[in-house]
Design a protein. Structure first.
Lengths: 615, 173
């Protein structure tokens, strides 16, 4: 492949016009993200291709496999253009009908369209589906649109135009200035202003500097970064090139989570293509900048998401944090000036160069600009990726976009920020998405994990769950984190098992304070947050466990009797049908009974009983 | 007690040796080399740690110290069908630990162990990024979403049946 110039970029861009404006053909965009692969999209795609071949439509129809579309719970998904028709939960058997009806007769297949859970009406156009209608895709602007393995399609969407502008029309200081104007704050969790970070590193003296991308996505229950990497890997590379020019770096690493094989594969393809086009390597686009990127696969340790630990890990050592200062902007990877940015932060950078910082800051709140991507999951109807302007109330995310809570249950809390964050109850659901506003109610913005919990979630159990995670992942370097979290976990386990004692709550609070103040890195310092926020809003649940030996949400096995309350049992037999162990004795019109010899305490019946009759 | 190497392990070690020898040296290579070794063998026996240590001219205890720090590396052989149960938050909210317990009960091993016939092993993972399908479990490379206690038995049975079928076919030919 020939090395490109800026003019060549424009040529490639125009060549992509028809495809990206969905002209001249019918385009079938099938999702090829990890989620849809798991639900069978590869087989569906093969069946689709076969049906198209069968009808001889090969010349007028083009099938494109895109990255994650965002609405993963509905996979396998397909969007047909023109028309923006959204098909969901497709099977191999549906394909001949879809081709016949939609592609030949021009009639979308009604039964495969999205069905509004409230009105029961079918909605054909993707942008009309409430899940998508309230979103503002910026970091996710190319999701579901382009083939992530085609650099030309990326260029067609203004790809590498931002880099070209930064390389030829801007000085490093102008790039940094533009980032400052954009108000962009790091999307990895801490929310540090990106422009300021780059400024430090650019002023740091040294011939060797590094640009790192944090693709470790450690928050268990978050998949924003995975989706960006799978759907739009070039955006991250381009962001890194721009950062390299800003601080004068020549080498970059992407520290990628090893559990994301597809993301790593697509990144690898993207890097090779960029090299082939001369968008990575020596004298990028003929400019003075030479910059290369390598993927470094993490080896599975949450603490390696922390910046100093991540750098130790790339150096081939145990990923243990070290005290700051010195900050990585002065002494980072191999003691050289280094910047580390999150995937989502970097994916936003190219558009900020193209459209300007002021454009980016055009939406948001006083202190939080632009948009934020959330991975909405848990007990919510519409699970998937959600990108909204800063300032959007949490209620909008959970109810308008997320479609509310399934199974007619009540909302209890939403957990933001994973193991470093906290839960937000109903009373604070009008809190806007804003770094400071969220911190005020006891959680953190975090990297974007948003896990919705319904009334059947036990908040003591959740606190125990997060503490177990922190305890497992503590690197053990400093005592407060290592010993303090172990002690907290013991207490929480004891409470869940019905052996809680009256002063346990006070001990938990005290330990939390000590750990927060004395731990070395963010993992320890923020580790007690989930416990504190659960205590702040759901103290009564802790008290019920401790004083009454009762789990109000019926989740803590040791506090359950596995018996049926005859007066509450409506004799419906739901539990009987659901029990995987044949442990429920039931006949029509009879009260159900649990055979404790056979019961494996799986809680399925508690979940299935609509009348709360099992206790 | 480390398990003795199987003939298969020895074969893999043999092919691994030149691969490692051909790799660049330097401390930064340690984790990538361990990943290469584990990919070849499925785990890191002492012999593999020594290969890496010799290549990089660092002590074996240094190599072990790094390897044991990371969750990815294992020191006992996995089953032919490693079961990985997601214990991330989204899966926990949907009952992930109940799925883990069901696998443990069904296979009669605990998390971190391998069945005697080396067919299955169980481990926990923290989020595989398919939270939309929670609770999630992987059997081998295949991801299974919306897991339920009743599905566990079916999955295990399917693997065992497939194995029997393969054995029968092998016996025929
Ligand atoms: C324990 C711990 C884990 C972290 N994990 C991640 C992670 O998985 N991904 C990430 O981008 N940042 C993570 N961070 C934040 C990083 O240390 C760092 O602030 C961030 O990558 C900087 O990029 P940003 O300014 O673009 O957000 C973690 C921090 C701590 C303390
Ligand atoms: S706070 Fe925890 S994770 Fe961080 S350095 Fe200390 S022991 Fe390690
Ligand atoms: S807890 Fe599980 S095994 Fe026990 S009765 Fe209920 S459904 Fe059956
Ligand atoms: S993987 Fe298909 S929508 Fe996310
Ligand atoms: S929490 Fe299980 S896949 Fe994300």
């Amino acid at each position: 492949m020939a090395k490109l110039t800026t003019q060549d970029l424009e040529v490639i861009k125009s060549a992509q016009k028809a495809r990206l404006a969905f002209r001249e053909r019918t385009y079938l965009l099938i999702c090829g993200g990890t989620g849809c692969h798991a639900t069978g999209s590869i087989r569906v795609k093969d069946a689709l291709l076969a049906a198209i071949e069968d009808k001889g439509l090969g010349d007028t129809v083009q099938v494109i496999e895109t990255g994650c579309n965002g609405f993963c719970a509905m996979g396998p998904l397909l969007v047909v253009h023109p028309g923006d028709i959204f098909y969901q939960k497709l099977t191999v058997e549906d394909m001949p009908e879809l081709v016949e009806s939609h592609l030949i007769n021009g009639k979308p297949v009604e039964r495969l369209l999205y069905k509004d859970p409230v009105s029961k009406a079918r909605i054909a156009a993707q942008t009309k589906i409430p899940f998508f209608a309230h979103q503002m895709p910026r970091a996710l602007r190319n999701k579901g649109l382009i083939n992530p393995e085609s650099i030309d399609e990326y260029i067609g969407r203004d790809g590498y135009i931002g880099a070209a502008k930064a390389l030829f029309d801007m000085t490093p200081q102008q790039i940094i200035e533009e980032m400052k104007i954009s108000g962009m704050r790091g999307r990895g969790g801490a929310g540090f202003p990106t422009g300021v970070k780059w400024d430090f590193a650019s002023k740091s003296a040294g011939a060797v500097k590094y640009v790192l991308c944090n693709a470790d996505e450690g928050d268990p229950g978050a998949f924003m970064d995975r989706s960006i990497l799978e759907a739009d890997p070039h955006a991250v590379l381009e962001g890194m090139i721009i950062a390299a020019k800003a601080i004068d770096a020549h080498k970059g690493y992407i520290y990628a989570r090893t559990e994301y094989p597809l993301a790593i594969k697509r990144l690898g393809i993207a890097i090779d293509q960029a090299k082939g086009y001369g968008l990575l390597g020596d004298n990028i686009l003929g400019s003075a900048l030479s910059f290369d990127i390598e993927i470094y696969q993490g080896a599975g340790a949450f603490v390696c998401g922390e910046e100093t630990a991540l750098m130790r890990s790339i150096e081939g050592k145990r990923g243990m944090p070290r005290p700051r200062p010195p900050f990585p902007a002065h002494k980072g990877l191999w003691e050289k000036p280094t910047i580390l940015n999150n995937v989502e932060t970097l994916a936003n950078v190219p558009q900020i160069m193209v459209k300007g910082g002021a454009w980016y800051a055009g939406v948001g709140t006083q202190t939080s600009k632009g948009t934020k991507v959330f991975a909405l999951s848990g007990d919510v109807n519409n699970i998937g990726l959600v990108e909204v302007p800063m300032g959007t109330p949490l209620r909008t995310i959970i109810y308008d976009i997320g479609g509310g809570i399934p199974n007619k249950r009540k909302f209890k809390a939403v957990q933001l920020g994973g193991p470093s964050g906290g839960c937000i109850p109903e009373s604070h659901l009008d809190t806007p998405v804003d770094y400071e506003a969220i911190a005020k109610v006891g959680a953190i913005m975090g990297s974007g994990g948003a896990i919705v919990m319904d009334e059947k979630t036990c908040m003591v159990d959740m606190a125990r769950f997060f503490m177990e995670f922190i305890q497992d992942e503590s690197c053990g370097k400093c005592t407060p984190c290592r010993e303090g979290t172990r002690r907290q976990l013991q207490i929480l386990e004891k409470i869940c098992e019905g052996r809680g004692e009256p002063d346990d709550i006070d001990i938990l609070v005290e330990l939390s304070q000590t750990i927060r103040e004395t731990a070395l890195c963010g993992l320890g310092q923020t580790g007690p947050n989930p416990v504190l926020s659960a205590l702040r809003y759901f103290r009564d649940e802790f008290e019920a466990h401790i004083h009454e030996k009762r789990c109000p949400a019926k989740r803590c096995v040791a506090l359950l009797r596995f018996e049926v309350e005859p007066d509450a049992c409506t004799r419906c037999g739901m539990c009987f049908r659901a029990c995987p162990a044949d442990a429920i004795v039931w006949e029509k019109k009879e009260v159900a009974r649990i055979d404790k010899e056979k019961c494996i305490k799986c809680l399925t019946c508690y979940d299935k009983c609509r009348f709360d009759a099992i206790f | 007690m480390p398990l003795p190497l199987t003939a298969e392990d020895r074969l893999h070690l043999k092919t691994l040796q030149p691969q490692i020898a051909a790799s660049p040296k330097g401390r930064g290579q340690l984790i990538p080399l361990l990943q290469m070794a584990q990919k070849a063998l499925g785990y890191l026996p002492d012999e593999a740690l020594s290969l890496v240590a010799d290549h990089l001219a660092v002590t074996r205890s240094e190599v072990y110290g790094v390897a044991s720090f990371y969750n990815q590396f294992r020191f006992n052989p996995p089953g032919k069908n490693p079961v990985k149960v997601c214990m991330g938050t989204a899966c926990h909210v949907r009952g992930g630990e109940i799925i883990l317990e069901n696998f443990e009960r069904k296979l009669e091993i605990r998390e971190g162990e391998t069945t005697e016939d080396r067919e299955f092993s169980i481990e926990r993972v923290a989020c595989v990024g398919c939270c939309a399908l929670a609770p999630v479990a992987l059997v081998g490379e295949t991801l299974h979403g919306h897991m339920a206690p009743s599905k566990v038995e079916g999955l295990v049975l399917r693997v065992r049946l497939e194995k029997e079928k393969a054995e029968r076919e092998a016996a025929h030919s």
